[in-house]
Ligand binder design. Sequence first.
Ligand code: SF4
Ligand code: SF4
Length: 271
Amino acid sequence: MPIHFSCTMCGRCCHDLRLPLAIDEALDWIARGGEVQLFCDAIVWPQEPQQTDLLAQHRKRRSFAAHSGRLPVRVTVTLVAAFDGPCPNLRPDMSCGAYDRRPRVCRIYPAEVNPFLKLDPAAKACPADAWSDAGPVLVHAGQIANADTAALIAQSHEADERDRVAKAHLCALLGYDSAALANEGFAVYAPSRHRLEAALRAARESGAQFDHLQPRSSLPWHIITNRSTSLATLRSIGANARQAEDRFRPAEAPAYLGFFDEDISDSDRRN
Ligand code: SF4
Ligand code: SF4
């Protein structure tokens, strides 16, 4: 069944967002007065995946290699424009005040950037009339049918691959060395706008010195989790793992955005 779509300009999708940005987009967002955070997660990477493992290859293209303790990992850093309530660019008439410079992800919505996610209209903010059969076809036979949207998604994947070298350097410049265990949450760093802008510019310019085919971080990474079984498993296989701790978090430590309730026991805390 084809999925038809036509934007009604309702503005619902421009509230309470965590918008993923490419480095150029993040610099543009900061220049407009917006805040950008770093969402970091890491996955254990004992060996290189087969070419046929499309999910692992997708993650590899978005991440850089690193070590946590004696464990090889891949770290994914996502630059995120974060805001609660309306987007700072949203006008009272629900039009976008930065329309010509809006992030790529805004142009792609409601289609999915992640190739492993199927577009589910019920999961989107768009009202029912946006999906009327009178609109143009957005998805046909599971594929994006709109050429502009397909091109934007491809550009987004290219930017992810291109930016990962500079992101490894960015973390080194900022001293950010903690990531949540992938699929459990994110370690969230919120540097000041000025500090992040300077580091982003430096990382982008010096990124050319790094190996673009094998992006790697020389930092000793920590993996943080709020689950006791993950903590025990990570430690048992040699990772430098620690519990997420928001109550006594040092100022420079990241916040933890978990997908699961905390279940770390007091004895885990003492270890
Ligand atoms: S940049 Fe524009 S399109 Fe994107 S969330 Fe903000 S108001 Fe909406
Ligand atoms: S929620 Fe959907 S219909 Fe409404 S402005 Fe966003 S993309 Fe358009």
